[in-house]
Design a protein. Structure first.
Length: 236
């Protein structure tokens, strides 16, 4: 068979194929479905692109500020020379208003020289630390002060960051509404549990021994729990 005849036969077969009614109907349905699927894909992409643009377009600027409440847990211990004490303070939200989260914990250790000798006596040495436990807090935060000591009867101040990145400072951010604006400040669970504080005493004896020479020290431990609530104000 010649090349012209082959082309003629192929064309004739195609012509016969499309003259068949069922074939034309099937091909028409296929073409319609293909058009609809293509249109749906382009429509979805257009809607998604429009949504992303609207998302940025309709965000508002919000000023976030914080109100704080505090409660203090206290304990007094009498420690002998070389003595050491581990104290636990149970921290919960029962002392705070609804909607507050614990932001940080401040621990103050205070004492004074009790020796009644006539001349000035050296202050006892006191060391204190917030002991790392399973207490839910930011134990590796750079703003923490977990250990401290004094040999001059000055207060020892320790700080443990509890809620991530909380510092109480006002700032601004974008958001669709007030709920979204404060969403990073409404996580539960931080700071609720038993906080452990360790205290050690090394008594410094008087240079002039008297009958009042002391061999122990009274230490006051105050744990102040700072709770916060975020407030969002829409900026014009």
């Amino acid at each position: 068979m010649s090349e012209e005849n082959e082309v003629y036969e192929e064309g004739n077969q195609v012509s016969v194929f499309f003259r068949d009614r069922e074939t034309r109907t099937a091909m028409g349905i296929y073409a319609l479905v293909l058009m609809l699927v293509t249109a749906k894909i382009f429509y979805s992409l257009a809607i998604k692109d429009s949504y992303l643009h609207d998302e940025v377009r309709f965000e508002d600027n919000w000023r976030l500020s914080f109100t704080e409440e505090t409660t203090t847990l206290s304990e007094t211990v009498l420690l002998p020379d070389g003595g050491e004490e581990d104290l636990e303070f149970t921290v919960d939200l029962s002392s705070f208003s609804d909607g507050y989260r614990i932001g940080l914990v401040e621990v103050k250790i205070s004492y004074s020289e009790t020796n009644q000798a006539i001349l000035d006596d050296p202050c006892d040495s006191v060391q204190a630390s917030i002991t790392q436990t399973s207490y839910p807090a930011q134990w590796t935060d750079d703003n923490n002060t977990l250990n401290g000591g004094s040999t001059s009867c000055e207060d020892i101040d320790l700080v443990l960051q509890v809620y991530p990145n909380y510092n109480g400072e006002t700032y601004e951010r974008m958001g669709h509404n007030a709920v979204v604006a404060v969403d990073e400040w409404v996580e539960d669970g931080f700071g609720v549990g038993d906080l452990s504080v360790n205290v050690q005493v090394d008594v410094q004896r008087s240079q002039v021994p008297t009958q009042d020479d002391d061999d122990d020290e009274t230490v006051q431990i105050d744990v102040t729990v700072v709770a916060f609530k975020a407030n969002a104000e829409k900026l014009e």
